[in-house]
Design a protein around this ligand. Structure first.
Ligand SMILES: [Cu+2]
Length: 142
């Protein structure tokens, strides 16, 4: 019964898109916003999973040096992407770098909006030595 109800709400929101922005009951299937932080040496985001579709990452560099933010689709376990020297190759088999926020300054926030399909992801910084130092976190799109 609940599934039928959710489906009809969703269909209704598609038919009347733009007219029902105050309807919070469709929030789970709508665009998602993920806020996150980069610092030495960690990546943290909230929430850690979102429904498939449009996702906006709002990422703040709270570190003391520049960092970057890569969205990587991969089934490889968090932190286990094989590195070649001090970082991993972004054309490595088994990973798909969907997009990135290039290196940006400490104390600033950058945003990145993507359409993500279901799967396992890692959110990482691949500046030399940063990934192996701990700048990665698992992320799931359902
Ligand atoms: Cu970094």
């Amino acid at each position: 019964m609940l599934n039928t109800w959710v489906a009809s709400v969703f269909i209704g929101s598609v038919l009347f898109v733009g007219c029902t922005n105050d309807d919070t009951t469709v929030q789970e299937s709508g665009p998602s916003t993920v806020t996150g932080e980069l610092k030495e040496w960690a990546v943290s985001v909230d929430p850690e999973s979102v429904p498939a579709g449009e996702v906006t990452f709002e990422i703040t560099n709270n570190g003391t040096v520049q960092h970057e933010f890569l969205v990587v689709k991969t089934d490889i376990a968090d932190g286990e992407i094989p590195v070649d020297g001090d970082h991993f190759s972004e054309s490595l088999e088994g990973i798909d770098v969907i997009d990135e926020i290039g290196e940006f300054d400490m104390g600033t926030t950058e945003s990145l909006t993507l359409t993500l399909e279901a799967g396992k992801y890692q959110l990482v910084c691949n500046i030399p030595a940063h990934y192996t130092a701990g700048m990665h976190t698992a992320f799931v799109v359902e």
